[in-house]
Design a protein around this ligand. Structure first.
Ligand code: BG6
Length: 308
């Protein structure tokens, strides 16, 4: 261990397939090497930064230009956006996509279950979160199951005395061979907000979506499975979900990539974000004591699979 590095220890027992180590920037990271698949997860944000099924290629994309420092978002992987999505409506100075991706999450439980490794993380409200634009009491539990599929389940419990509203997203960056040779299926006919053009009610046609310029769309009433036909990667990535009424599709394209300090100029070619979420008109309204769970299950199918 070089000087300046911290020793990191887990408060729970870890099975042999999981190692707690220092990741980039000295941030604590779990390295998971299960029989079904491998992954990396930073405790800051409970942020999955890598996943690949055993014998397969990496599925999750991570920028080579990302920051890794306390309180700065990691670029790529799967940021958890909570309790708001995008800019905060009440406080424009509040961090984009909420505070959950900037906080250290606690490891609650790590188990091997057959060929899978199941990891559970928790984030509670704190003085810091209560001082934010969303001052409520909550418990967030995030379960990540690493195997031949990757399953992510975010459960929010309202611990406040009254009802609360929140937005959430599993802002997944997928790795593709070339985004220009990629087709996204499963959104046909859905209404979306075009956040690049600032237009609120656009209808997706029946054709698969091809990203051909800067794309930032919030598809409303989008509860079904979305697939990414990664032609150059010779595979189809399938994103199933439950408890999510909306889907965001994002690719920054050329100019925005150049403008972002933590994103390589040409990296837009290699990625596409498909984000199961509840945002905008599909925000979640939760009574005191109630729980809401959003789950996504990601797997890889052979090229040519059109079944969703
Ligand atoms: C997407 C949003 O989900 O995330 C975009 O729809 C945003 O508007 C993008 O630019 C990246 O957000 P950030 O805060 O990680 O740069």
């Amino acid at each position: 261990m070089t000087s300046g590095q911290r020793t990191v220890r887990a408060a729970v027992e870890l099975p042999p397939s999981v190692l707690l180590e220092q990741g980039h920037g000295g941030l604590p990271r779990l390295r998971v090497a299960g029989r079904g698949g491998s992954a990396e997860i930073y405790l800051q944000g409970a942020h999955v930064t890598a996943w690949r099924p055993t014998g397969g290629e990496p599925v999750i994309w991570l920028s080579r230009a990302s920051n890794y420092s306390p309180g700065a978002p990691i670029r790529g992987g799967i940021p958890i956006c909570f309790p708001w999505f995008g800019p905060n409506a009440l406080d424009p100075s509040a961090p984009l996509h909420g505070f959950a991706r900037l906080q250290d999450w606690e490891i609650v439980e790590v188990n091997e279950v057959g060929d899978d490794v199941s990891l559970t993380f928790r984030l509670n409200d704190s003085e810091q979160t209560r001082a934010s634009a969303w001052p409520f009491r909550f418990e967030a539990t995030y379960r990540v199951v690493v195997g031949t599929t990757l399953q992510l389940s975010l459960e929010i419990t309202n611990r406040s005395g009254g009802a609360v509203a929140f937005e959430e997203a599993l802002h997944t960056y997928f790795s593709v061979g070339d985004v220009r040779d990629t087709a996204v299926r499963g959104l046909a006919g859905a209404t979306y907000q075009d956040r690049v053009l600032g237009v609120t009610q656009v209808q997706q046609g029946v054709e698969p979506l091809h990203v051909e310029n800067e794309t930032d769309r919030l598809y409303l009433d989008s509860t079904g499975t979305v697939t990414i036909e990664d032609t150059d990667g010779d595979r189809v990535i399938r994103v199933r979900k439950e408890g999510s009424d909306a889907t965001v599709v994002w690719n920054p394209w050329i100019d925005k990539s150049k403008a972002m300090g933590d994103f390589g100029d040409d990296e837009w070619l290699e990625m596409i974000c498909i984000e199961p979420c509840n945002a905008g008109s599909s925000e979640v309204l939760l009574d005191s004591g109630a729980r809401h769970r959003m789950t996504t299950t990601i797997d890889v199918l052979p090229a040519g699979s059109l079944e969703i």
